[in-house]
Design a protein around this ligand. Sequence first.
Ligand SMILES: Cc1cc2nc3c(=O)[nH]c(=O)nc-3n(C[C@H](O)[C@H](O)[C@H](O)COP(=O)(O)OP(=O)(O)OC[C@H]3O[C@@H](n4cnc5c(N)ncnc54)[C@H](O)[C@@H]3O)c2cc1C
Length: 487
Amino acid sequence: MNKNIDTKDIRCEFLIIGSGAGGSVASKYLTDLGKDVLLVEEGNRYSINEFKNSISKSFLYAWRNGGITPVLSKSNYGFGEGKCLGGGTYINGGLIWRTPEIILQKWNKIYQTNIFEDSNLKKYFDEIENILAINKQFINEYENNESLKLIEIGKKNNIKVVRVPDSINSSNDENKLTLGAAGNAKNSIIQKYIYPSEKKGLKILTNCRAEKIFSDKNKVKKVMVKINDKKTYIYADNVILACGATQTPMLLKKSFGNNFLKSELEVHLNLRIGVKFKEKMQDREGLMFTRQIQEYLESGVLIMPTSFNKNNFFSSLAKLDNNQINMIEKEIDKYSSFIIQLSSLNKVQLNNFFGNTILNYNLHNEDINKLKNYFKIFCGFLFDTGAEEIYLPFKKKFYVNKNDNLGEIIENCLTKENIEMVSVHGMSSARMGIKNSNKSKFNLNGRSFDFENLYCVDSSILPTSTIESPQATIMAVAKHVLENNFN
Ligand SMILES: Cc1cc2nc3c(=O)[nH]c(=O)nc-3n(C[C@H](O)[C@H](O)[C@H](O)COP(=O)(O)OP(=O)(O)OC[C@H]3O[C@@H](n4cnc5c(N)ncnc54)[C@H](O)[C@@H]3O)c2cc1C
């Protein structure tokens, strides 16, 4: 796989560490400029269709820690991220949202700048949407039934339900939606950014983990990496960090000490709701959802279906006994699932404990109250549009039917200790800033305050969380960083 690269005493003009949303934009931009670029990726290289039929294999091989990494918390909570060529973009759902206007305004206000004006970022989003052919493949008849339910809810209750911008071709037979979107069904980052750059000269080393950055005065001198567990050094004129929201801070801590960066990860919390409707919901396999409730975006809340997969659905209902599972299985076509996604007020603490990443989190009381409110509203809408049973993301008392007292159950059972949730969007853990501090290590152009040839282009430099899915924001900010430092 790494056969064309001599792995002893490696030298290059640009070293990019990590091949996800940020690293792939950097790879394309610098290779297009004709630079000598080496991209190193800790995970493996997988073909586009490698895991289309198996969630467990995808978890095992393409995700960090073999799936969801547990977070130390009173709640049942885990964090998921990719570890393979393409990073999170390889396993994700291909939703490509522009940054919400309220977030851009917030960033401009925090930094007293106009960098994040819509007009400045527009050209980057236009380019990303063009390369990934966003919504070009949208065909109405391929809206899934859960999305049609959201349209119905929107009309009945006069709330904002919008079309989701994605790079998915729902009519593609290969789209089994094991997790996110598999194979050719998605115009993925590896297809559209990494492979074309490789053809133009980008060098790629997979199974290559950056372990430590060494500096001399105010310059990075070399990076120690392990390739298939064998240690070697890379000497690069410029080093671009793109290891993602948990690993960029970890690499900085391992290189320059735990006190160098006080790292806190901003996250979106996903709480999954299983629903049984009167009618059949799963009549066509592999359709990506197409609608999202945006009415509550200003409160940091979005509501959307998930792409339905039987095995995945059962994995969230492991708490049921065999009888209950058999009952559900008999009528599985009537089931579907939705997500309430909340931008968390509290942050996940990221600690380096002898080289291991330890995550800690505590759900804020204000977020609990917000969740109670939106669970009551949305579950009410679901019952109103034909839901018969709802499975809440709770450890105990998770089942509600239309005759139960929904309000009382949510009020009593939605507690820190009883809730179950995951995050797959982490960001802002080494955020950009105006001056050097142990929270901000990069300036507003993504350049390190400490080392003149070190840059960051991944989700960790975002100023805050994005409310919406972050991939396009990460890519646009990466492009801003690159254009302002190298042209
Ligand atoms: C299941 C899932 C679904 C998602 N769905 C969506 C969606 O539909 N839309 C959306 O906008 N976002 C989605 N996201 C989030 C999005 O994919 C991520 O926010 C984005 O990929 C983060 O980009 P990044 O560049 O920060 O890092 P990543 O994409 O996480 O990439 C970092 C890469 O660096 C590698 N790396 C880490 N440390 C090292 C090291 N020391 N040496 C070498 N390599 C290293 C990692 O292995 C990884 O491959 C989803 C995420 C997941 C997990």
